[in-house]
Design a protein around this ligand. Structure first.
Ligand code: HEM
Length: 510
């Protein structure tokens, strides 16, 4: 045998033997070998990636926990948990050594500046979060709500014009959420509601970008190359170009916007932040804040209009408030905060349908951790997926699959209620909870009671209302409804809408 063929034979042998050794290690020697889960998941992350690309990960993860229990091995080095005690450890507040997994680095671009959401270093994240948290505080959001009036008015005008036709509510809620984020972030909407279509294909690119990140987060491709292809396309005209113009022509608009506030951010030494950081933070608002809100709106609309008892109860609450003159033509955030039943209806719908359908991966600190009787070495990835967590019968009871807003009101056991609250993960957990929660709630608390009061909605296919595709977001496609304005409600052309100027409200809940 010549030297070359000998080398080839050895190479081929190696190629055959290495995977066998790798599989044997994962099955026989890995400390995670005792954690139950599908065989394929224990030997390759591709099994999980396959389900993310297929879009059924939100379903898979629920089934996995039903089959295997509170801890499931979902990749060679990754475990999913729905245990309340594990949650307390992995997602605790500041000072904890548990940090976001390197999976989040997929979201980094080639520059050193990335959004707060994807920052894995604790100290740096703390600085980033502190400098923007004011913008997302309750007082600030109340001040910004006047800028949502135009979008809400346009949304309801469009709904009125449908007159009982069947329509795709996925489209309308997306257009609404993107237009509102446009108003708040840039001081001008994207114009989707006016045109009745996604002019800039924003929704499409955002979804593609986010799914690509969720699937490829485990690979070396996270170095940024994946990130830039779709985001550059997204940059065109609609998003990044718009942000650039505003950054360079500061202040372009007279009124308050998020981008203007990001421009005022300072580094710890008092210096102004790099324009790229402003760009990244602004783009992140669009990426993080539009789809999530639209998906959540659809969930509430679906659960309410397909549950006559709950809809009737809601109408009673809204009717009482209307009779007392407590509701504006377009309900304001403050007015909705007085509607207790509405609030638990929204909370319960988001429990059953969390907008993020992926786990929130965290890294076991050096030294390892023992949870649920399993030992996890430092560097293991552990995550919780709200879809599975919210269907844990030990937390939410044997009727956890049911849409029952009363579970939040009539809970006689205070410990159970506390556990339900602690495990409510629709907006994330601990020191990394959603920064935009108040903004998202403001949008939902305005649109939903106005819709319930003024419109009849029939869900065309209540048993199978949409097709859910999960990348990072659990995106509900093709939500077909028939919508008509109720006769007894005057059209919305005039009357007071949200009052208040930006920053005029001082009470701060944060
Ligand atoms: C109903 C709507 C929304 C839902 C369900 C939602 C959900 C979430 C979740 C689950 C997380 C945690 C992610 C993680 O731990 O990896 C998160 C983080 C975040 N969200 Fe939201 N979100 C919503 C709306 C918004 C809006 C409107 C904005 C901004 C305008 C926003 C900005 C952020 C940011 C900046 C983070 C990162 C926080 C950090 O890491 O410190 N979100 N969101």
């Amino acid at each position: 045998m010549s030297g070359l063929s000998q080398l080839l034979t050895r190479g081929i042998l190696c190629l055959c033997i290495l995977p066998i050794i790798y599989v044997a290690y994962q099955r026989i020697s890995s400390p995670l070998k005792v954690v139950p889960g599908p065989y394929l998941a224990s030997v390759t992350p591709l099994w999980r990636v396959y389900h993310v690309i297929r879009g059924d990960w939100h379903d898979q993860i629920v089934q996995l926990h039903q089959k295997y229990g509170q801890y499931v091995r979902i990749a060679p080095n990754e475990v999913s948990t729905i245990s309340p005690s594990a949650l307390r450890v992995a997602y605790s507040h500041s000072g904890s050594p548990w940090i976001k997994d390197t999976w989040y680095q997929t979201w980094w671009g080639p520059s050193p500046y990335h959004p707060a959401f994807a920052e894995t270093e604790v100290q740096r994240h703390r600085i980033m979060r502190r400098r923007v948290s004011k913008l997302y505080s309750m007082s600030y959001v109340l001040g910004m709500q006047c800028y949502t009036d135009r979008v809400l008015q346009r949304f309801f005008q469009q709904m009125r014009s449908l007159r009982g036709e069947s329509t795709n509510m996925t489209k309308w809620t997306q257009l609404f959420a993107f237009d509102i984020i446009g108003e708040l972030a840039f001081g001008d909407w994207f114009g989707g509601l006016d045109a009745a279509k996604d002019n800039h294909q924003l929704g499409h690119w955002v979804f593609l970008t986010i799914t690509a990140h969720a699937s490829l987060g485990w690979t070396w491709l996270r170095a940024g190359s994946v990130f830039f292809f779709p985001v550059r396309l997204l940059m065109n005209r609609s998003l990044y170009a718009r942000a650039r113009v505003q950054i360079t022509t500061f202040p372009l608009v007279e009124r308050n916007t998020l981008i203007l506030q990001f421009q005022a951010m300072k580094n710890p030494d008092g210096s102004v932040v790099h324009p790229r950081e402003i760009l990244t933070e602004t783009a992140n608002v669009v990426l993080a804040g539009a789809d999530t809100t639209a998906i959540s709106l659809r969930a509430v609309i679906y659960y309410v209009y397909t549950n006559p008892r709950i809809y009737a109860q809601l109408l009673r609450e809204i009717g009482n408030a209307t009779r007392l003159g407590k509701l504006s033509p377009i309900v304001t955030f403050q007015e909705a905060l007085e509607l207790d039943y509405l609030q638990v209806v929204i909370k319960e719908a988001l429990r059953l349908f969390p907008a993020v359908g992926y786990q929130l991966p965290r890294l076991v600190p050096p030294g390892g951790a023992t949870l649920g009787g399993y030992y996890f070495p430092g560097g293991t990835t552990i995550g919780t997926n709200a879809w599975a967590l919210h269907r844990n019968t030990e937390i939410y009871g044997s009727d956890c699959d049911e849409f029952r807003p009363e579970r939040w009101l009539n809970q006689s056991d205070p410990n159970r209620l506390r556990m339900m609250e602690d495990c409510y993960g629709s907006f994330g957990f601990g020191s990394r909870t959603c920064l935009g929660k108040n903004l998202a709630l403001m949008e939902m608390y305005r649109l939903l009671p106005t819709l319930f009061r003024d419109f009849d909605v029939e869900v065309c296919n209540p048993q199978n209302p949409w097709k859910v595709t999960t990348g990072w977001f659990a995106f509900s496609n093709e939500f077909q409804v028939r919508i008509s304005a109720r006769d007894d409600v005057p059209p919305l052309s005039h009357g007071p809408v949200a009052s208040g100027k930006a920053n005029s409200v001082t009470a701060d809940h944060e």
